[in-house]
Structures are given as C-alpha cells and as structure tokens.
Design a binder for this molecule. Sequence first.
Ligand code: COA
Length: 159
Amino acid sequence: MRHCIYPGTFDPITFGHLDVLERATKLFDRVTVALALDTTKAPLFSAAEREAMIRPNVARYTNVSIVTFSGLLVNFAVEQKAVAIIRGLRALSDFEFEFNMALMNRHLDESIETIFVMPSEQFSYTSSSLVKQIAKLGGDMANFVPANVAAELKKKFAA
Ligand code: COA
C-alpha cells in the first residue's frame, strides 16, 4: 500500500490543487490531503472551513482522506506511514521555495521522499491569493475554484 501526503494551507483549495490531487491518486494507492495548521500564512478561512470546502471535491475518490495536522510535516508523514509528500510545481517561480522545502524535509527525515508533479498548464497562474483578490474585488472565479469554494469566498467578502 503506497501512501502519500498532499500537504498545503489550501486557503482555499483551487482547481490547480485538485489537478495535483488527481495525479496523486493515480500514482499512489492512498492519498491524504493534509491541511496544515502550522503555516507561515495568515489564512482567511479557519481550518474547519478549509476542510469543509475540500470535502465535496474529493468525495469521488475512494482512496483520498483529509486530515488536519500541526507540527512538522515529515513527522506527520511518518506517523501516517506515508512514503512520500507530493507537491505541484506550476512554474519556475515555484521551484526555489519547493526545492528548499523538499531538501529541508529530507534533512529532517531521510525516509520521506518529495515527489513533484506539474499541474495542467491552464492552472499555471492560479493561486489561492490571486483567487482571494479576485473574490474581494467582485471578479469571476469560476475558472479557478469549484462552485462551493466560489460561494464561500463570496460569503466571506460580503460579510
Ligand atoms: N495549483 C494552484 N495553486 C497552487 C498549486 C497548484 N497546483 N500549487 C500551489 N499553489 C499555490 C497555492 O494556491 C498557494 O498560493 P498562495 O501562496 O497565493 O496562497 C501556494 O501556491 C502554495 O500554497 P499551498 O499549496 O496551499 O501550500 P503551502 O505552500 O501553503 O504549504 C506547507 C506549505 C503546509 C506544506 C508547509 O508550510 C508545511 O509543511 N508546514 C508544516 C510545518 C513544517 O513542516 N514546516 C517545515 C517545512 S520545511
């Protein structure tokens, strides 16, 4: 049973994240979407809200679960008996951050491998912060996030 962790802040989840997840489900027997509580970001949505937005979008996969975690990602991966961490690389600009994080995680625990996949090029410029900016300014988010996420973003900015 090959198990991998797909970690992120997912504030909120986008079609780009879901593209990476779909690829992960084909490469691994089991995928755990790991919602990080310890992130350098100040999320707009609470962890419970982020998880609730992810859930309906992964319901069709029989091998995907969602877990929130705190502390170091590699420790969580080991606890979960995962063999790998999967991350998406959208463009060259992601490379430095992702490369440093992968090497630091390897330094912390040699047993966990980081695997990178490239999401479809149509998502190469999608990011959670740009989507939040569009939502805040009343733009159309339909091409970037699922309908339930777009609805939650609208609610958040209407409040
Ligand atoms: N499609 C669309 N957007 C994508 C994407 C894709 N395929 N892949 C990444 N992104 C975007 C996200 O939208 C997000 O955009 P934003 O910066 O505008 O918000 C950004 O790229 C990355 O966010 P996300 O994918 O949610 O992950 P992250 O970089 O916030 O995750 C953790 C970082 C959680 C993996 C990291 O903080 C962590 O491991 N924390 C645990 C503590 C720890 O172990 N720290 C030591 C690490 S060495």
